[in-house]
Design a protein around this ligand. Structure first.
Ligand code: G6P
Length: 608
């Protein structure tokens, strides 16, 4: 989704802004632009396409501005053209605005402003903001922004500068996150911490409907309604090398390889072997409250939704609490039944997904206790939930989620353990699970050693147009996630299915051109899955099986076998997803796709 960087200080703003945009590239975008306050006035450059195009455009200029705003746009209103790219300027050309989010009443505002003589030159909703600010401007930029934003319905994260104010810029947010970075004699604002952290680690997260006036020597935060807000300072915990590729060809590959560490970090300090349970103080729930839970709803989007499905299997099986999993986008518009005893979990890597945030608000409105499972510290979801668990996966830059997924599943295992031990699970069983969880990081690391073999399989099938992924039980959500990974980054059509359902439709598609990835670990449904493999083979399908190490029989049936270590049934997804991530990655690389920034996708979907 769109990204914002704004800078004011003593240094030349242009390279800082462009580098900042590079850090935000992972969010997904289709055009980029910059506005600088040069001595001669406000100048701007904006182009459709990759950031590189903007850099080309800026080549040869020696801008000296120490104040500027920049943007990467992910088109919602109007095609991704040079003209529709941000910044947008007011009629006089004196005010420039970059905007994330969607202005819902832009039509009405545009009409109103047109009647007052404003004329518009883009197809975007965002352009009205620049004109609206101009309309209210009487020499005080901050106040004009405040008045303008009080007229706006929808979501926004904005940064505004004016040719008449060389000593400040203004930013405001409602629905689209903004972080303020505080340096020495310089300050920044950005959509997330990644463009800020190479300059300073001291940040303030701008709250909902808040506005900040940013000067070289300080900031001034207030609400849109002009109530002063004292800043709450935070220290960024992530290091710069965590958001760099560190020798890997792509962030996605780096993040696949970080999974054993991420899982370890997620478990750190949370396993209590003595009592065979998990320690999750972040949930902020008392023992009695946990015992009162009669039903759990988990809501999320994309990969996080797949993690939620795994949570459903685990919690129902082991803690015997009924669990429902729902897409956040559906949940928010239904009238979900939330009665006493219903606990809601929202899962989100970014903590900013618009649908998940709306689902959380809807549930809270209905009186539910809502807990978050999030990665990004200080994100909107973490600030609006009653408590939760940070997965501690570290920054995830690749658009296709990998380490966040396995860390979310780890967090769900911890929750399951806690709830199950309070109910029917014995101390011995609890300890067995802890022991198995402790072995997981090493087993994941071992899986990564099979990369070359998986690469060979990828080469064999990279030219196919369709893939089918089959799994049962805990591995059905893994089949869904494996298929999602492939379609996200290689643009191959892929479907995940519960293996037995194949007979009710997908079997019609199977022929010698259909690779079928089958999760066939030795669990209680192993024999059934073997029958499904036979059905695929009988129709000349090409089977790539994921099997438990030591299972030699499957070698006679499948075209390729990837062996997985023996892990208890409830923990299998964490190891079985690894080869599927690597398969998707290598297929995409072989097809020449932009693995970290797949077309049309965004890392953090902050619009509906
Ligand atoms: C986007 C990303 C996915 C992610 C989903 C949910 O679609 O491309 O990778 O799974 O959003 O994001 P969240 O941050 O809420 O987990």
């Amino acid at each position: 989704m769109c990204g914002i960087v704004a800078y004011i200080g003593e240094r030349t703003a242009c390279p800082i802004l462009i580098n900042g945009l590079k850090r935000l590239e992972y969010r997904g975008y289709d055009s980029a632009g910059i506005a600088l306050l040069e001595q001669g006035g406000l100048i701007q450059r904006k182009v459709a396409g990759k950031l590189q195009m903007l850099e080309e455009h800026l080549k040869g200029n020696s801008f000296t501005a120490t104040l500027g705003i920049a943007h990467t746009r992910w088109a919602t209103h109007g095609a991704p053209t040079d003209n529709n790219a941000h910044p947008h300027t007011s009629g006089s050309g004196d005010i420039a605005v970059v905007h994330n989010g969607i202005i819902e009443n832009f039509g009405a505002l545009k009409e109103l402003l047109a009647r007052k003589g404003h004329s518009f030159s883009t197809d975007t909703d965002s352009e009205v903001i620049a004109h609206l600010i101009e309309e209210f401007y009487d020499g005080d930029l901050t106040n004009a922004v405040r008045l303008a934003m009080s007229q706006v319905e929808g979501t926004y994260g904005i940064a505004v500068l004016s040719a008449n104010h060389p000593d400040l810029f203004v930013a405001a947010r409602h629905g689209s996150p903004l972080v303020i970075g505080l340096g020495a004699g310089e300050n920044l604002v950005a959509s997330d911490v990644s463009p800020i952290m190479e300059h300073t680690k001291k940040v303030v997260y701008l709250g909902e409907r808040e506005l900040v006036e940013v000067k070289r020597d300080g900031i001034n935060i207030s609400t849109i309604d002009n109530v002063p807000v004292p800043p709450k300072y935070h220290e960024i915990e992530w290091d710069l090398d965590q958001i760099e590729k560190g020798g890997f060809q792509h962030f996605m590959l780096k993040e696949i390889y970080e999974q054993h560490t991420a899982i370890r970090n997620c478990m750190r300090g949370r396993l209590n072997w003595e009592e065979g349970t998990a320690r999750l103080n972040g949930l902020k729930l008392q023992l009695e409250e946990l015992l009162d839970i009669k039903r759990i709803i988990i809501t999320a989007c994309g990969t996080s939704w797949h993690a939620a499905l795994i949570g459903e299997y685990m919690i129902e099986d082991l803690a015997r609490i009924p669990v429902e999993v729902e897409y956040a986008s559906e949940f928010r518009y239904r009238s979900p039944i939330i009665d006493e005893g219903t606990l809601l979990f929202v899962i989100s890597q970014s903590g900013e997904t618009a649908d998940t945030l709306a689902a959380l608000r809807e549930a809270r409105r209905k009186g539910a206790t809502v807990l978050g499972i999030c990665n990004v510290v200080g994100s909107s979801i973490t600030r609006e939930t009653d408590g939760g668990i940070y997965i501690h996966a570290g920054p995830e830059i690749g658009v296709a989620s990998t380490k966040a997924f396995t860390s979310q599943v780890t967090a769900l295992s911890l929750i399951t353990l806690l709830l199950a031990r309070q109910r029917n699970m014995s101390l011995e069983k609890g300890r067995q699970i802890i022991d198995a969880m402790r072995r997981l990081p090493q087993q994941v690391e071992k899986m990564l050693e099979q990369e070359d073999k998986i690469k060979d399989i990828a080469a064999r099938y990279a030219d196919k147009n369709n893939f089918l992924y089959l799994g049962r039980g805990m591995n059905f959500p893994v089949a869904l996630e494996g298929a999602l990974k492939l379609k996200e980054i290689s643009y191959i059509h892929a479907e995940g299915y519960p293996a037995a359902e194949m007979k009710h439709g997908p079997i019609a598609l199977i022929d010698e051109n259909m690779p079928v990835v089958v999760l066939a670990q030795q669990d209680q449904v192993y024999d059934k899955v073997i029958s499904n493999i036979q059905e695929v083979k009988a129709r000349d399908g090409q089977v790539i099986a994921l099997a438990t190490e030591g299972d030699e029989e499957i070698g006679h049936l499948a075209n390729h076998v990837i062996y997985l270590p023996k892990v208890p049934y409830h923990l299998t997804p964490t190891v079985s997803i690894i080869p599927l991530q690597l398969l998707a990655y290598h297929v995409a690389v072989l097809r020449g796709c932009d693995v970290d920034r797949p077309r049309n996708l965004a890392k953090s979907v902050t619009v509906e």
